[in-house]
Write a protein of this length. Structure first.
Length: 251
């Protein structure tokens, strides 16, 4: 087990403070959705039986809740972890190498909940954003429960006995996927009189409205949206038989 050296002079001041003995040092989320959570030093008695680490004595219950963005819905709690089975404990020792506190840390994978987006360029050359490019606010909340199921408590600065708990917020980045470009367009120098650009733009916008993607949307819409947009060039040419060469390979 890892060890951290704790300055003995700080212990009396910390013990006397009317603050929660359970405080989060922070939470960090990288571009892949890997989420790292760590506590500040906590009371030895919560996790020690006869001076030996006992993970079952106190359970740190951590809940990660993904909030809403302008383009994705509130997902609520997406992961729940317990220190009884997850994460790692690090001993905090004094200058005499005696364990005086414990720090707990863990890692969670939130990649399934990341927003996804990409650029799409239509036949008219206009590039638009599809999907949801917004980072998601993730609230990391932690509570401590004794083996009996009762919360670990402390007396706050108002003299009230309250449950030890803390929370922080971290941002879950959106994933940028590969750009997409419309196919079946009339190439430059070809039949410029066909003029399906405006029609195709309207068609792709209609597809966006019909098959929304992003958080909270039907997962099957991704494939339906792609098929809808790929059909736009053919649809627009069929609507202009007098001006456009009729495609031969469209369903």
């Amino acid at each position: 087990m890892k060890k951290l050296t704790w300055l003995a002079a700080l212990l009396p001041a910390l013990a006397a403070a009317d603050t929660s003995p359970l405080l989060l040092a922070g939470a960090q989320i990288d571009a892949t959705g890997t989420t790292a959570v760590q506590t500040q030093p906590m009371p030895k008695g919560w996790f020690s039986t006869r001076n030996v680490l006992d993970r079952t004595k106190t359970s740190l219950v951590t809940r990660l809740a993904a909030g809403a963005t302008p383009c994705s819905a509130d997902l609520g709690v997406v992961a729940t972890l317990s220190s009884v089975t997850a994460g790692n404990f690090t001993e905090v020792v004094n200058p005499q190498d005696r364990t005086v506190r414990y720090v707990w840390d863990t890692v969670a994978d939130l990649s399934p909940f990341q927003n996804r987006w990409h650029y799409y360029t239509g036949c008219d050359g206009v590039r638009v954003v599809l999907g949801c490019p917004e980072s998601i606010p993730v609230t990391v909340g932690m509570e401590a429960f004794a083996r009996s199921g009762a919360c670990q408590s402390y007396v706050d600065d108002l003299g009230q006995t309250v449950c030890a708990a803390d929370q922080v917020v971290a941002m879950l980045p959106a994933v940028q996927e590969a750009d997409q470009v419309a196919t079946g367009c009339v190439e430059e120098g070809g039949d410029t009189s066909c003029g399906i650009g405006p029609c195709e733009s309207a068609c792709t916008q209609s597809c966006d409205a019909q098959f929304p993607v992003g958080r909270g949307a039907d997962k099957g819409n991704v494939a339906l949206l792609k098929a809808c947009k790929e059909a736009c060039p053919c649809t627009c040419k069929y609507e202009r038989p007098a001006r456009c060469p009729q495609p031969q390979n469209c369903d």
